[in-house]
Design a protein around this ligand. Structure first.
Ligand code: NG1
Ligand code: ZN
Length: 544
């Protein structure tokens, strides 16, 4: 490391005085104009991480579903996973170091993490379509270069595409080719193989309308279109040519507001879906003949995939253990259906993809989804090789055919992280193979009415949680208050937790009723309890 060069380049990316940020569940995320120094320093950190593990590391510049004015950055570990938690702390230290401390903090990280400064370093960089992303990704590259790292700039890519590239690179191509073409070819080949076996269906059943949140998903789906078989009839909306990123559209908007996005023309019973701003989340929905909106969220996606995989695993007759991983935000009806009807074990973990991913790795087949539509399926190495072997060698036709379908599913699913494009193709293939309409899928179980709210408090850290965030440990008396409120309603559940990506406390409530009144009333009452007991800011929450 050349201390003079570091000083010189760092001065070109100065840290605003007094600014302190934290590497949270989604990396760093805030207003774009506050992030230049963070980007430069994450370039530095990626080089250190690459040297520590002797592999390529990814740096993605995106703020996902946040407003267009925000931006963010997260690091990707060698197999496409989220950055290891022990390094999240280094990221925070490096981002918050004052200019004159920078060198010292780097030296400390190198000592603590046993980084060999003389090793080669390789970093893959990607960015979303935000106006600020191009310049910010250049700052990442400055950071990589000043520490002598090699980089490959993929430019505009979805977050899951960059995760995929990193995994391909570090598995010497075993997972696939580390190019966009490689990604398109792998997914479209698996998808084409799967739907070859489908009963032919009418045009209306094959059509899918996609709200791209005015983000990167639109660009990448357009690039991928030539690779799709002709059976796929996708129509893109909110492609970013007219409106602002994530504004009144996208998966997060649809999930939180439980209403259709603007800018999509929905006819009754048409299958529609929304991606989020960096295309790692997806939710489906439709409008019935009476004009009522029906949301099909991550829980119902996990359920559809689990039903399909369980059937196939039954057919191949192998002792492969499958489980579903959810968070406390999963609708109570989904958990009940999975456990009681489908008889699949369900595990609840803390919010944040890294927790879900980690838990899912414990099973031969681990299906994980957040209710907001982020999720994927992980196959253990042993399960994958067994399935591939059966697909090649099994004599029994029925078993071999089931193994082949599983093999194509393994190739179609982006196992590195939740991926809207890959998940969409998985869902479309399952619906086609099972001959299911969107209404039939929706009818697998009925969601409990639910409501997600935010409460502003002076310091959200006064709320500590336990039992996978389902109970509030502090402030004193809050959980008792929540228990009392929940007890007033049938099949009710509520919990609160500090957000990892916004300066708010999130409130979730669900309750049984014909309409949403009980869930709304409970959510409001819980918000008031948080406001009163956890130092609410501004005006008290109003009834919904
Ligand atoms: P926070 O802000 O910690 O609730 C949100 C989502 C998470 C996850 C992260 C990362 C909800 C309730 N929370 O986290 O599930 O996706 O963003 O983007 O949807
Ligand atoms: Zn996202």
């Amino acid at each position: 490391m050349d201390p003079e060069a570091l000083k010189k380049y760092s001065a070109l990316h100065p840290k605003p005085a007094g600014l302190s940020l934290q590497y949270g569940t989604a990396g760093f995320r805030t207003r774009a104009e506050q992030l230049d120094h963070v980007m430069f320093r994450m370039g530095l950190l990626a080089v250190l991480r690459s040297r520590a593990v002797g592999a390529t590391i990814g740096v993605m510049v995106t703020a996902s579903h946040n407003p267009e004015e925000d931006n963010g950055v997260k690091l990707i570990d060698p197999l496409g996973e989220m950055l290891h938690p022990s390094w999240e702390e280094y990221a925070t230290q490096l981002a918050n170091a004052e200019e004159q401390e920078l060198q010292q903090v780097i030296t400390e990280i190198c000592q603590k993490a046993a980084v060999n400064q003389h090793k080669d370093a390789s970093v893959f960089v990607g960015r979303d379509t935000r106006p600020s992303s191009e310049k910010l990704s250049q700052s990442v590259i400055d950071g990589i270069s000043v520490l002598g790292g090699q980089y490959h700039d993929y430019g505009l890519v979805t977050t899951p595409q960059l995760h995929y590239m990193v995994c391909c690179q570090n598995t010497q191509g075993q997972y696939g080719k580390a190019t966009l073409e490689g990604y398109y070819e792998k997914l479209s080949k698996a998808f084409t193989e799967l739907i070859k076996q489908c009963p032919s269906s009418g045009e209306s059943q094959r059509r899918l309308k996609i709200d791209c949140a005015n983000g990167i998903g639109a660009l990448k789906l357009s690039e991928m279109k030539p690779y799709f078989p002709k059976e796929v009839l996708i129509h893109l909306y909110n492609d970013g040519t007219k409106e602002k990123l994530n504004h009144l559209c996208g998966a997060d908007f649809v999930k939180v507001h439980q209403e259709p996005p603007r800018g999509i023309d929905m006819k009754p019973n048409e299958r529609c879906c929304s991606f989020d701003g960096d295309a790692d989340r997806i939710v489906y929905y439709y409008k019935d003949a009476a004009g009522r909106f029906h949301l099909i969220d991550g829980d119902k996606i996990a359920t559809l995939i689990s039903i399909f995989l369980k059937e196939l695993l039954g057919k191949v007759e192998q002792p492969l253990k499958m489980a579903v991983v959810q968070t406390a935000y999963a609708n109570g009806s989904s958990t009940r259906y999975l456990e009681e009807t489908l008889k699949v074990p369900v595990h609840c973990v803390k919010t944040g993809v890294k927790h879900l991913h980690h838990k899912a790795q414990e099973f031969d087949v681990g299906v994980y989804f957040e209710a907001n539509g982020h999720g994927t399926v992980l196959f253990s190495k042993a399960a994958e090789s067994k399935i591939r072997q059966l697909a090649r060698e099994e004599k029994d036709d029925k078993k071999r055919e089931a193994a082949k379908v599983l093999e194509h599913m393994i190739d179609l699913i982006n196992q590195t992280v939740g991926d809207a494009i890959s998940d969409m193709l998985v869902i479309e293939a399952i619906l086609a193979l099972k001959g299911l309409t969107v209404q039939q899928w929706d009818a697998i179980y009925t969601d409990l009415p639910n409501r997600l709210l935010k409460v502003q408090v002076a310091d959200r850290r006064v709320i500590a949680t336990g039992d996978a965030e389902r109970r509030a440990l502090t402030p004193a008396g809050l959980q008792e208050e929540l228990d009392g409120l929940v007890g007033k309603y049938r099949l009710a559940r509520a919990f609160v937790r500090p957000s990892g990506t916004e300066d708010v406390v999130r409130v979730y409530a669900e309750a049984d009723a014909q309409g949403r009144e009980n869930a709304d009333a409970l959510a409001h009452e819980v918000s008031l309890a948080v406001y009163n007991l956890a130092g609410g800011k501004g005006a008290p929450p109003q009834p919904i």
